[in-house]
Design a protein around this ligand. Sequence first.
Ligand code: PEP
Ligand code: MG
Length: 294
Amino acid sequence: MLDPYYHMSDGRQIACYVNMETERDIDAVLQQKVAGVGIFRTEFLCVAEKGVPSMERQAQIYTALAEKLSPLPFVIRLFDFGADKCDLLFGKKNPFGKKVSARGVGFLLQHPKILQDQLCAIMRASSIGNVRLLLPFVSSLEDVCMVKKMIDTIKQKTKKFSLGAMIEVPAAALMADQLVQEVDFLSIGTNDLVHYLFGLDRNQASAFSKDIVPSLRRVLQMVVCAAKDAKKPLILCGEMAAHKELLPIFLELGIESFSLSTAHLSAFKERMQALHVIERAKSSMLSPQRVRSR
Ligand code: PEP
Ligand code: MG
């Protein structure tokens, strides 16, 4: 099994995380050498649980997973529902009917009970100490501020944890310098970012074409600079990280943490081995020492 940490010849340290979709994935994750879970796609719980699980059930699931992973970081992403994702997840049995007009955090702000329950459950699990909370589909500062306000109303009963924003739509990338001021870390979702930047179908978004490189590079550079200027961690999530033509570009842009599904991990690790890796590194961008607690 190849190591999850790499030290590049220019002195930079690169960490490899994994994307997780169901509770069952935890065993596969623990068998892999990874720096932690870069995204737990919680919406997939609703398929396994046949609907949105109660606050208690979610707290039980998140806590058990956080305990198993501890001390590795566990990034729990809020439910990313929304028209296209619901079709993907539920097909014709979409529990929200046709009333899905926003994705990710936008959807959750329209459904405050679902949001409140999930925040409470994650905050309970945060007592383990390795939990990070990630907001999907942030499209404005307002999105982040509204969730933070809700967190503040619940916070009295919980421990500290860090908060991240996903950059998955061009609007978020354009505002990255301001968004980063409101959170502890940024996470770039290449699957959706490429889909929304280039008008590609989501299923096609991970297909590589040289035509996307110049504009993708420019957008990523904005986000990387925003995180670097604010001295906050940035992670790139999505299967594109394993692409042999794109990985060198991501590294050249200064991205140091990557998260991929288990199916793409070995391709990523083999590519990293081939790219000027001189020795193993020891800690990661999302490790407790490097993520400021809220
Ligand atoms: C992404 O958009 O790249 C991402 C990681 O989120 P998801 O694939 O779950 O939409
Ligand atoms: Mg996404």
